[in-house]
Design a protein around this ligand. Structure first.
Ligand code: ZN
Length: 199
């Protein structure tokens, strides 16, 4: 690991904030809340999301309650520094779908005085760490883990349990494809599915 000189050409000190959680945990809403406050303070913001996320709109960071703000869809994390321009704050939504260079890109932005706020799923539907999120969490200045409510028992949920049969890891957050579950209910659901497929 190579350490870089912090140049801070503008005198600003950058940082990396990561917001993670399951489906329906309010990650994007929290990202939007932070970006809106920055905008209100006349800070320049640029928002990016992976090209793959075309659920509702090509141009918006879209949260499930239609509380949305404009984002630029890009296919590679290397485009972020090129397109960030003179931004004070860079927002990244659905960060789990970006390539493994994302943490490095965010580090460079922060070292150049930019506040980076990234939101994403920390685990895929199998409960495994998702894409570049573990690396991003490791280099972040601040990590916020938000929780959904378990639809089966009402405890705090951190798992995105897949309820559809589609076997695509990148299947996106439609309400009918996933449900948030707590650890106990998730393990129970997985055990039952395993039982149903073994005979
Ligand atoms: Zn539960």
């Amino acid at each position: 690991m190579q350490f870089q000189e912090n140049s801070h050409p503008t005198g600003r000190v950058g940082r990396i904030e990561v917001i993670v959680g399951s489906m329906f945990s309010g990650k994007t809403e929290e990202l939007i809340r932070r970006l809106r406050r920055a905008k209100y303070a006349h800070q320049r913001i640029e928002i990016f999301k992976p090209q793959i996320d075309t659920r509702y709109s090509d141009q918006n960071v879209v949260s499930h309650d239609s509380n949305s703000i404009m984002a630029t869809p890009i296919s590679s994390s290397s485009s972020i520094p090129l397109l960030a321009g003179v931004a004070d704050v860079v927002g990244i939504d659905e960060a789990q779908f970006f390539d493994m260079d994302l943490a490095d890109v965010c580090n460079k932005l922060a070292n150049n005085g930019i506040r980076v706020i990234a939101a994403g799923l920390d685990m895929d539907f199998r409960g495994n760490p998702f894409g570049p999120i573990p690396q991003l969490m490791a280099v972040a200045d601040q990590v916020t883990k938000v929780h959904a409510i378990c639809v089966r028992c009402g405890d705090l949920a951190q798992f995105s349990h897949r309820t559809s049969e589609a076997d695509r890891l990148v299947l996106l957050g439609e309400a009918d494809a996933y449900e948030p579950l707590c650890r106990r209910c998730y393990n129970k659901a997985v055990r039952e599915e395993y039982k149903n497929t073994t005979y």
